[in-house]
Every structure is written in structure tokens, then in C-alpha cells.
Ligand binder design. Structure first.
Ligand SMILES: Nc1ncnc2c1ncn2[C@@H]1O[C@H](COP(=O)(O)OP(=O)(O)OP(=O)(O)O)[C@@H](O)[C@H]1O
Ligand SMILES: Nc1ccn([C@H]2C[C@H](O)[C@@H](COP(=O)(O)O)O2)c(=O)n1
Length: 477
């Protein structure tokens, strides 16, 4: 296949991702994507190293760990493509010294045994989170061939605990506050964002309602404040938020809905969380009072909420104007407030919400892309595997070929510093993103052309299980 047609294939993938993101997610996310670094680390797992082999244009399935001929990946294969499960079984058999028959299994087992970077990373409890701790620990601890083999046998293909986060710069959980009048659509938009962009949605109001319903000693106080449309003291709401954050999935990104709603909330957050969490944005939905009132009364027909009535709605709106708007104004002066017209149909609001969060998402994708490049340039396949989707394919075009494990290992020793020039990110419809036309130093494991030259790289990213994962990569001279 010519360089031109390989590149056309990647372009097609990028375009198709815009329409059908699931197309670029060919296998269920069970093998590599078990990102486990944590504020509160989970159980340790092991990792395998993606293989290297010789050949012309080809794809490497990171999930299976096998180099596949390009036509096999595209469905016109020569029968060497195999399922991840059967591949791992055969690799495990070879690694354990039993007989397997396919060349790919031999290659995979060889790689397991010679892997310099297979990992079992340890890690203790991290104070509030573990974002920084996760990155520090990384997935670099050495493993033995037998550990790698048994991990494969168990079908565990990924990642040490304390794995790198996706944000190379910040070591704190990312937070987006969502503010707006009562009924402006905060909850509606947050739910959609959580579903499509992998955020954890925490509604301060909902947490308070749950606390009230739990029979807590604060229940009566919460009930009184809510009924009067006033803001509950921050000690109560913040404790609930913090607990929810601490018990969320490892490395979550948070949408905090309906907080901070007044100065007391803001000061309480700054004091307790200012050094702990990283406020990325404050999404603000604005909407006229009469529209809000209609929505609340309509919601009140079925919500069962004690504050969905005309009288409380009025008080809540007054509290919003007097208490919440000044908070929004304060954030606005810091330049982190995308303002979205909430008085549109839900779909249009969501479109504008995504526009408002575009720079946040672009930064996330560029961070993930940079980590992937660093991992490739230093031969850290464990870290790389964590950034790749199951079934992710890499296309080597334009005279590049992968090299053998031995060559790759020696190249790792003199790996170029990871740097990427002119990365351009484009958010695609349907939650995918492409980082296009980047040049990076040639990492270990590639041969072809003049070894001093950089390679060009295009990566397609998708949000899977709350993490940006590379689903497609094209590398050429
Ligand atoms: N853009 C919209 N157009 C019409 N109705 C909407 C829109 N967005 C949300 N709604 C409806 O308005 C009501 C309030 O929405 P939602 O609960 O999302 O607002 P909220 O800002 O979270 O409210 P609160 O602060 O009171 O919890 C819901 O019944 C919801 O279905
Ligand atoms: N930070 C917060 C958030 C909410 N409350 C109380 C008062 C609100 O009227 C009520 C409902 O909140 P919503 O579901 O509209 O976000 O909960 C608070 O006191 N402090």
C-alpha cells in the first residue's frame, strides 16, 4: 500500500470518527484501558510491552500486542489477525514454555520475556487524590518474565497502579464548576457532559438532598435552608463534595454543579481545596427569570422537590442574583468563564457548552498526546499502553518500519528527548479529537529513511471511560 493511500486511510478514519466515533473503538475496553492510578490507588496490575517487528506498512494492534499486516487489520488479511484473547492465550503458552503454533504468538512471547519496561508499579495511599503521586510512581518498576507471562495468562494486559495522569502539568484533580440560575439547565447539561466526555458529575444540591434524606443530624438544617431558598453553610456542602470526590474513580475529572454559590462557598473551597483541585473552567448558563420559573414549575409536577414551587423559586432567583452572580463575576475577572445562553433548546445549549469547554478539552488532548510522544520516544511501552485504546492501530507509512526488540532496546538507551513541534488539535464531532501533522524525534523501534530526521505523526483520540485514548496513529517520514 502506498504512502498516499495509507495517509488517505487515516484521514478517512478521522473523518469517519466525526460521524461514528465508535468505529474507531473496535474492541471493548477490557485489556489495556484499565487505568488504575488513583487518588486512592487500586490493586496492582502488570503490563506487557507492545511488540516490534520488521516489515513494510503495517498496523500494530496495541490491545493484542501483535504486529498485524495492514491488510489484515483492514479485513483483507492473510489469516494472521487474531482475537486479543486467543493471542494472549498463545503468548502465555509460549512464555510458559508450552507449544504454540503461530508466528505472532512466538513474537509476543519473546517480547514478554525480553521486555525492559514491563511493569508492576507499587504505591501506597496518596493524600487526597494521588494525581501527583500517580505520575511520580509511574509504571516503571521492572517485572520478571514469569510475572509478565502469568499476567498475560490471566488476561491482564495493562497497567501498574500509580499510572501517569493525562495532564502532564497539573497534579491535581481537574474541576469544572457549573453555575447558573435555578432551572437554567445545569443538571441537564452536566449529565450529558458526564456521559459523553467522561466527567464525574457532582451536584451540590443533590448531595444535600441525599444527606437530608439519609437521616443525618444536619437534615433539618438542610431542609430549612432549601425550603427558604438560602445557601447551606459551606462546612456541610463542602464536606459532602469532598467525600464524593475522594471516593470517585481514580483520576476522575469533575463537573461540580451548583457550587460555589456564594462567598461563603467560595472561601470554604479556597481554604480546603485551593491547593488540592485545579479549577479549569466555570461554565455559566444564563437564562431569563420568567423562563426559569416556567421550567421549575413544570419540573415540580414530577420532581417531588420541595423547592420546585413559585414562592421558593422566587427566593432562589433572588439568592442567585444577590449571592451567585458576584461569584461568577469574580471568576470572570480571571478569564475562565464561558457564558452560554441557556434559553435555547437542549441540543443547542449543549453545542454551545462544548464550544465553551473547547479549550479545556483541547488542552487535555494535547497533554495526552504529549505523554504518548514521550512514551514512544523513551520506549516506555507501559505508559504508552495506558494511553492507547484497546484495538488501537498504528500505521507506519512512508518508508518507516518497526525494528526488532533487541534493536529497539538499544535504541531506547539513546532515545531522543521527547519534543513535539507544531501540534495542532482539532475537536471532532461526537467527542473525538485529532492531533495532526506533528513532528517528533524518531523514537526507539523505528527504522527507515535518514535516522536523524523527525517523523510526522497524526493521532486520533477518543474519550473512553473518562480518559482520552489514542485510537489511531499514522507515522511517516
Ligand atoms: N434548554 C432547555 N430547554 C427547555 N427545558 C430545559 C432545558 N434545559 C433543562 N430543561 C428542563 O428544565 C428543568 C430544569 O433543568 P435542570 O434541572 O437541568 O436545571 P438546573 O439548573 O440543574 O436546576 P436546579 O438548579 O434547580 O437544580 C428540567 O425539567 C429540565 O428538563
Ligand atoms: N452550593 C449549594 C448548592 C445547593 N444548595 C441548596 C440550596 C439550593 O436552593 C438547593 C438546590 O440546589 P440545586 O439542585 O438547585 O443545585 O440546595 C446549597 O445550599 N448550596
Amino acid at each position: 500500500m502506498s504512502k498516499k493511500s495509507v495517509f488517505a486511510f487515516v484521514q478517512l478514519c478521522c473523518r469517519t470518527a466525526a460521524l461514528r466515533p465508535s468505529l474507531l473503538q473496535p474492541q471493548p475496553p477490557v485489556h489495556l484501558a484499565a487505568a488504575s492510578s488513583s487518588w486512592f490507588p487500586g490493586p496492582a496490575k502488570t503490563t506487557t510491552t507492545p511488540p516490534r517487528g520488521r516489515g513494510g506498512p503495517q498496523t500494530r494492534s496495541i490491545a493484542t500486542g501483535f504486529v498485524l499486516p495492514l491488510n489484515a487489520h483492514l479485513g483483507g488479511g492473510d489469516g494472521r489477525a487474531m482475537s486479543a484473547a486467543s493471542g494472549r492465550r498463545q503468548a502465555a503458552g509460549r512464555a510458559a514454555g508450552t507449544t504454540t503454533t503461530t508466528a505472532a504468538a512466538v513474537l509476543a512471547a519473546t517480547l514478554l520475556l525480553s521486555s525492559p519496561s514491563g511493569a508492576v508499579a507499587g504505591g501506597g495511599a496518596a493524600p487526597f487524590g494521588g494525581w501527583a503521586a500517580g505520575r511520580r510512581r509511574g509504571a516503571h518498576a521492572a517485572t520478571t518474565p514469569s510475572m509478565a507471562a502469568s499476567a498475560v495468562e490471566e488476561g491482564v494486559t495493562a497497567v501498574g497502579r500509580g499510572a501517569p495522569g493525562q495532564d502532564g502539568a497539573a497534579s491535581k484533580p481537574p474541576v469544572v464548576f457549573v453555575l447558573g440560575g435555578p432551572g437554567s439547565g445545569k443538571g441537564t447539561q452536566c449529565e450529558r457532559l458526564a456521559k459523553e466526555y467522561g466527567y464525574v458529575h457532582l451536584s451540590a444540591g443533590e448531595l444535600l438532598r441525599q444527606e437530608r434524606a439519609s437521616g443525618s443530624s444536619d437534615g433539618q438544617l438542610i431542609d430549612d435552608y432549601i425550603a427558604e431558598g438560602r445557601i447551606v453553610p459551606v462546612a456541610i456542602s463542602l464536606a459532602l463534595l469532598r467525600k464524593a470526590m475522594e471516593t470517585s474513580e481514580p483520576h476522575s475529572r469533575f463537573l461540580i454543579d451548583g457550587f460555589p454559590r456564594n462567598r461563603d462557598n467560595m472561601e470554604g473551597w479556597d481554604e480546603a481545596m485551593g491547593d488540592v483541585a485545579d479549577i479549569r473552567s466555570v461554565l455559566f448558563l444564563y437564562c431569563p427569570e420568567d423562563v426559569l420559573e416556567k421550567r421549575l414549575l413544570s419540573r415540580g409536577k414530577s420532581s417531588g422537590r420541595t423547592d420546585d414551587n413559585a414562592e421558593t423559586a422566587k427566593r432562589r432567583f433572588q439568592t442567585y442574583v444577590e449571592m451567585t452572580l458576584p461569584v461568577v463575576e469574580e471568576f470572570q475577572q480571571k478569564g475562565i468563564v464561558p457564558r452560554v445562553d441557556g434559553n435555547q433548546d437542549i441540543e443547542s445549549v449543549f453545542r454551545d457548552v462544548l464550544l465553551g469547554l473547547k479549550s479545556v478539552h483541547e488542552k487535555e488532548v494535547l497533554d495526552a498526546n504529549r505523554l504518548a510522544v514521550e512514551a514512544v520516544c523513551t520506549g516506555d511501552w507501559a505508559a504508552y499502553a495506558q494511553l492507547c485504546a484497546p484495538g488501537m492501530t498504528e500505521v507506519l507509512g512512508g518508508g518507516l518500519a518497526a525494528v526488532s526488540p533487541d534493536e529497539s532496546a538499544s535504541a531506547s538507551a539513546s532515545a531522543s528527548p521527547a519534543a513535539i513541534s507544531r501540534p495542532q488539535v482539532r475537536m471532532l464531532k461526537g467527542g473525538a479529537a485529532a492531533v495532526v501533522s506533528c513532528e517528533r524525534p524518531r523514537g526507539p523501534g523505528l527504522t527507515g529513511g535518514d535516522s536523524g530526521t523527525a517523523v510526522r505523526e497524526t493521532r486520533v483520540w477518543e474519550m473512553l471511560d473518562g480518559r482520552w485514548k489514542c485510537v489511531q496513529c499514522h507515522t511517516s517520514l
